[in-house]
Design a protein around this ligand. Sequence first.
Ligand code: PEP
Length: 248
Amino acid sequence: MRRGLAAGNWKMNGTGASLSEIEALKAAHPDPSVEILICPPATLVERMSAVAKGSAVAVGGQDCHAAEAGAHTGDISAAMLTDAGATHVILGHSERRADHGETDANVRAKTEAALMGGLVAVVCLGESLDEREGGKTLDVIGTQLAGSLPDAITGANTVIAYEPIWAIGTGKIPTIEQIAEVHDFIRAELVKRYGAEGEAIRVLYGGSVKPSNAAEIFAVENVDGALVGGASLTAQDFSPIITALENA
Ligand code: PEP
């Protein structure tokens, strides 16, 4: 019942030359059975949206401010992203939580702004290695989930990405049992808070997803796709991940 989503986070990577990767993705996936999303740096949102227009590739931002407009040098609003052609925005990525001190309350406010602006919010959660080793993973995820999400969200406007911080960009992934445990927990919490709508909200896994491990991750119940960093930068790496999700 939930449509798969293969989402790419380009982080602070990519210039105009990288748009050829979108041309390649379009050619490789003209009519995919899953959704495809690429979130480039803000400088590329408008140009990427133009290249992706009419294709199955959606374009998103990597952050937005909680305010509609104003004196926030260097920031970008939800309305600016939609104006540039974005349909989605990643919020609360662990790199933003770490580098910019974003709290759950900040992420919730940004998510509210994104939804008001008509964007689909991809809200990220994840534990540190210390928290994992200290047996606190579910407590941490439960707290982030409760604090980062607004009260009125739907499967159409919000996606959750579970991204263990220690798995991002490291080549390490949790065991399949650990992924299943956290995704089952998130699903149960979503249903507890949002009722039937909680069944419709997609939960992505993120952290060192590669063509070589995508199929086993997508076979896990309650994994509805992936948020992919490094392996989303080229169509050569991202395309087999999309195909693995289509085949899951
Ligand atoms: C990410 O940053 O969202 C991510 C999952 O990165 P990577 O796939 O490179 O681990």
